[in-house]
Write a protein that binds this ligand. Structure first.
Ligand SMILES: [Zn+2]
Length: 216
């Protein structure tokens, strides 16, 4: 291969910033998404450039694996890569189970609001679920315990749901071509006037939409 071909090839590899698998055993790096991650200290290097990875390895881990043969180095790199990927999977699983717990908390808050139940009932519901699950499938008990259903959380969730419904109503009513409104007023337990507004509209995108909105 002539020198010009070689330099051309190197340029393409550099520009595409492709991770070269050989770097794993040469400099102990792996690629995760668009970043190169050091298998030894887990530091990331943003650019897939051999020079950057080599510099990291030579300045920070110069003596790493000095007494190992080529085969042992390969095995070490594979093992480290495997354990890093396992950690990543575990991290992803934790994240998704947290978001599932939040989702469940919203679903129950929505039910409580719809049924006009006291906010404190969510704590009782959780108690019941934990007890029942401990008998039926104890392995998921910790997942139920992770669902936040305290009275304060339920108040925050219901507030957030109300804001979201109002936003949906405002967005949807923008496209109403015809609509009808029904109003009903009554007072709540503290003698505060409550106005219930029903809007039924026909928009451009949706044929028939019915929304209910509670307001003072
Ligand atoms: Zn490192």
């Amino acid at each position: 291969m002539s020198y010009s071909n070689l330099s051309k090839k190197r340029k393409i590899v550099d520009e595409c910033r492709v991770f070269n698998k050989e770097w794993s055993e040469m400099y102990f790096f792996t690629d995760i998404g668009v970043k190169a991650v050091c298998l030894i200290c887990h530091e990331t290097v943003a650019v897939f450039k051999e020079y950057n990875l080599k510099r990291h390895f030579q300045t920070k881990h110069a003596s790493f694996g000095q007494n190992l043969s080529k085969q042992e180095l390969q095995k070490k790199a594979t093992d480290l890569e495997k354990s890093l990927k396992q950690q990543q999977t575990l991290f992803k699983k934790t994240l998704s189970s947290q978001s599932n717990a939040t989702k469940a908390s919203f679903i129950l808050a929505n039910k409580i609001a719809k049924q006009n139940k006291s906010f404190a009932e969510a704590e009782f519901i959780k108690d019941c679920m934990v007890d029942a699950v401990s008998v039926v499938c104890p392995e998921v008990k910790s997942k139920i315990e992770a669902i936040s259903l305290s009275r304060r959380t339920i108040v925050r969730r219901i507030d957030a749901i109300a804001v979201n419904i109002q936003e949906q109503l405002l967005t949807a009513s923008d496209s109403f071509q015809w609509f009808s409104i029904a109003l009903d007023e009554s007072t709540d337990i503290q003698d505060t006037a409550q106005l219930l507004i029903y809007i039924r509209g026909i928009g451009i995108h949706q044929r028939n939409t019915v929304y209910g909105n509670d307001g003072n």
